[in-house]
Design a protein. Structure first.
Length: 278
């Protein structure tokens, strides 16, 4: 396998720690280089109250880890932004979710070590961020440690072919390898131009279903807002952030809220309420 689709993998009901089940999910990257994600992680944690952390395995780009570092620097350098963030987290009553950095070969061990060091935390989700291709042996093996894989695909032949090749490879290996954990591979149309009727999407949507793969209902619509970060757009205008969910006005019409709700339903995870004393 080579040049497979950009991936962010997470796992659900991961039991790699002392036979105790933990929830993990696999997700591939929503967007290509330049707009790395639509920030569903922050929505799940900050809005839905789901305990999670991120393991960044993308050593070439370090999308989550480097984003967190950029945000830290921006907050430290701006008194007004620092005050806004302090007020936000005081009201939220929770700390920001943790972003770990790990080589793919060490990702599971590092995840288990973090879980062991936080025995009182009831983590429901761990999100693994993969690099732009999953063609190495280490990434393939890590993929098979996931319980669910969510793979956004674009209405582009190269994107579709590479992502379907990855999905089929993982699906076939998951059946043939007894220790594989993958329960489902879910494909999601991403960066969709709502102004254009796309016959390519219609054709491959039917093909995906024929192949027995799961196609997510709805899609993520293209918008330049996905790339807006805290340093340039401030507290209210940031879309891509590890500290904030995108404001509701920014994500209206993107399909992101529908994605989060469907993902929670598929993974059987319920929103949690926090009393502000966590």
């Amino acid at each position: 396998m080579s040049d497979l689709c950009r991936g962010r993998l997470n796992g659900y009901q991961f039991s790699g720690l002392d036979d105790e089940k933990r929830n993990l999910v696999s997700m591939t990257d929503w967007l290509n280089a330049g707009t790395d994600n639509t920030n569903q992680e922050s929505m799940l944690y900050y809005e839905k109250g789901i305990e999670l952390f991120v393991v960044d395995c993308d050593l070439s780009q370090d999308s989550f880890y480097k984003l967190r570092q950029r945000e830290k620097a921006a907050i430290e350098e701006s008194p007004s932004l620092s005050e806004q963030m302090k007020s936000y987290f005081d009201q939220l009553g929770r700390k920001a979710y943790r972003v770990l950095k790990a080589d793919p070969k060490e990702a599971i061990a590092k995840t288990n070590a973090y879980l062991r060091s936080h025995p009182n935390e009831d983590f429901k989700l761990v999100i693994f961020d993969f690099p732009g291709h999953a063609g190495t042996r280490e990434l393939l093996e890590l993929s098979l440690e996931m319980d669910y894989i969510l793979s956004p695909i674009e209405a582009d032949v190269q994107s579709i072919v590479s992502c379907l090749a990855y999905a089929k490879s993982i699906s076939d290996l998951g059946v043939s390898i007894e220790t594989a954990r993958v329960k489902d591979i879910m494909l999601l149309w991403n960066k969709v131009d709502r102004r254009v009727k796309n016959t390519l999407m219609e054709h491959y949507s039917a093909y995906i279903k024929e192949e027995g793969l799961t196609l997510f209902p709805g899609c993520i619509y293209a918008t330049h807002r996905f790339s807006h970060e805290l340093e340039q757009y401030g507290f209210r205008g940031a879309f891509r952030s590890t500290y904030l969910p995108p404001h509701q006005s920014l994500r209206a019409g993107t399909g992101l809220d529908e994605l989060v709700e469907t993902l929670m339903e598929r993974l059987d995870i319920e929103a949690q309420k926090h009393d502000g004393n966590d």
